[in-house]
Design a protein around this ligand. Structure first.
Ligand code: NAD
Ligand code: UDX
Length: 459
């Protein structure tokens, strides 16, 4: 029986290993983590992350061939294949601070593997890492290898939160990079056989190590660039009377462009896009490519611009001040169908409004009060959208939760201060219908209401 151990029971490690376990009943999968509360939650009825379909998958195999444990060393020592799926955040101090990936967790995992291993191992980079990380990891592992053979593979994860289970069941592709040596090819084949239990062979791409590592950063950079491109267009649409949804539809019909990932928004969030682009920028700078670095930096600049443009629009529309006014925030997660708030645009928007002394009241179906307290150092949290909007001067929609389409907006309007504003940062509501009720509506990238047009130009 092949034994797999995954270090890191987070948004990637947990769902990815649960899917491997459910698809490969003959493989024993153990997910380990240094965080006891996280492992306890994985072993409980209330999993540590909200992800549609995850509960069913975990319940189907937990205790059979899927286990969660804090006994990191024991399970690493016993495994044939070790996935490393620890966090790789942006460095906050020292060399490369604000850009480079912090590989502290990765390095300590690698040192631990070197310390406890007694048999040959395939070590798989599942975390997103800078290109060439495998070389550093190899050095750590082989420096004191006691005759053990280590093969390092890069197998980046492309799942998106909110659709993780769907993405893992039917991935567009699985990417495996390895050394171009007989041992390297054998290791690639061993990992390929795991995925081949459910992924068609033509969707499993094999490359050299550096291509696999770089492809992950490149994919996220390209995806984020599409959003910044459409968001840049949204500003021009508002200035000209064009409608960004119509523009997206029209350009997406070109099969070379394609229709996906062209929704204008208040800005992209999530733990990956900004971190990985900053990392890419740093790698370009370190390789003497400042023009390339500046090109990618612009994707983040537009994203920051989009968030501040939204705040400015709210404030300028409401007579240039939100001081003392209640502003209801519907949606705090960085996208629908997740409770994750890492780098959510809602944090920047709320901070902007709080900076202008608004009274912010937040509702999100999946984000906890504790989380908002940690993100904003405030706890004005409501358990329902009607409570959050009661007595408010304005509503800002910051996450595209389906339920926000179906709210009783007449009831919300009746309980709000007048004029009642809705700022839709995700284009989820039917603006015409809401105007019929009496709201002044701002929809990102759409032709402006007469009211908003007449307000002083925003910065
Ligand atoms: P996460 O913070 O949710 O999980 C990481 C886990 O690793 C934490 O539970 C932490 O306690 C644990 N950990 C850290 N050091 C450890 C150690 N030495 N031993 C044992 N456990 C340790 O992070 P995540 O969102 O799952 O992301 C993990 C990696 O996957 C990152 O590199 C990220 O860029 C990449 N990634 C994330 C996504 C996503 O949607 N979140 C998608 C693709 C790739
Ligand atoms: C992303 C990548 O999609 C995934 O392949 C990678 O493995 C991890 O990073 P994730 O961040 O979980 O996944 O979600 P994603 O669906 O990419 O959304 C990221 C952000 O972009 C969200 O804030 C989302 O609302 C925003 N977005 C997405 C838009 O603003 N417009 C769009 O058209 C699509």
């Amino acid at each position: 029986m092949v034994k797999i151990c995954c270090i890191g029971a987070g948004y990637v490690g947990g769902p990815t290993m649960a899917v491997i376990a459910v698809k490969c009943p003959a493989i024993e999968v153990v997910v380990v983590d240094i965080s006891k509360p996280r492992i306890d939650a994985w072993n409980s009825d209330k999993l540590p992350i909200y992800e549609p379909g995850l509960d069913e998958v975990v319940k189907a195999c937990r205790g059979k061939n899927l286990f969660f444990s804090t006994d990191v060393e024991k399970h690493v020592a016993e495994a044939d294949i070790i996935f490393v799926s620890v966090n790789t955040p942006t460095k906050t101090r020292g060399l490369g601070a604000g850009k480079a990936a912090d590989l502290t967790y990765w390095e300590s995992a690698a040192r631990m593997i070197a310390d406890v291993s007694k048999s040959d191992k395939i070590v798989v980079e599942k975390s997103t890492v800078p290109v060439k990380t495998a070389e550093a990891i190899e050095k750590i592992l082989t420096h004191n290898s006691k005759g053990i053979n280590y093969q390092i593979l890069s197998n980046p994860e492309f799942l998106a939160e909110g659709t993780a289970i769907e993405d893992l069941f039917k991935p567009d592709r699985v990417l495996i990079g390895g050394r171009e040596t007989p041992e390297g090819r054998k290791a690639v084949q061993a990992l390929k056989e795991v995925y081949a239990h459910w992924v068609p062979e033509e969707n499993i791409i094999t490359t050299n190590l550096w291509s696999a590592e770089l492809s992950k950063l490149a994919a996220n950079a390209f995806l984020a660039q599409r959003i910044s491109s459409v968001n840049a267009m949204s500003a021009l649409c508002e200035a000209t009377g064009a409608n960004v949804s119509e523009v997206s539809y029209a350009i997406g019909k070109d099969s070379r462009i394609g229709p996906k990932f062209l929704n204008a928004s208040v800005g992209f969030g999530g733990s990956c896009f900004q971190k990985d682009i900053l990392n890419l920028v740093y790698i370009c700078e370190c390789n003497g490519l400042p023009e390339v670095a500046n090109y990618w930096k612009q994707v983040i600049k537009i994203n920051d611009y989009q968030k501040s443009r939204f705040v400015n629009r709210v404030v300028s529309s409401m007579f240039n001040t939100v001081s003392g006014k209640k502003v209801a925030i519907l949606g705090f997660a960085f996208k629908k169908d997740t409770g994750d708030t890492r780098e959510t645009p809602a944090i920047d928007v709320c901070k902007g409004l709080l900076g202008d002394k608004a009274h912010v009241s937040i509702y999100d179906p999946e984000v906890t009060e504790d989380q908002i307290q940690r993100d904003l150092a405030m706890n004005k949290f409501d358990w329902d959208a009607y409570e959050a909007t009661k007595g408010a001067h304005a509503v800002c929609i910051l996450t595209e939760w389906n339920q926000f389409k179906e709210l009783d907006y007449q009831k919300i309007f009746d309980n709000m201060q007048k004029p009642a504003f809705i700022f839709d940062g995700r284009n989820v509501v039917d603006a015409e219908k809401l105007r019929g009720i009496g709201f002044i509506v701002y929809s990102i990238g759409k032709p402006l209401d007469a009211w908003l047009k007449d307000m002083p130009a925003i910065a």
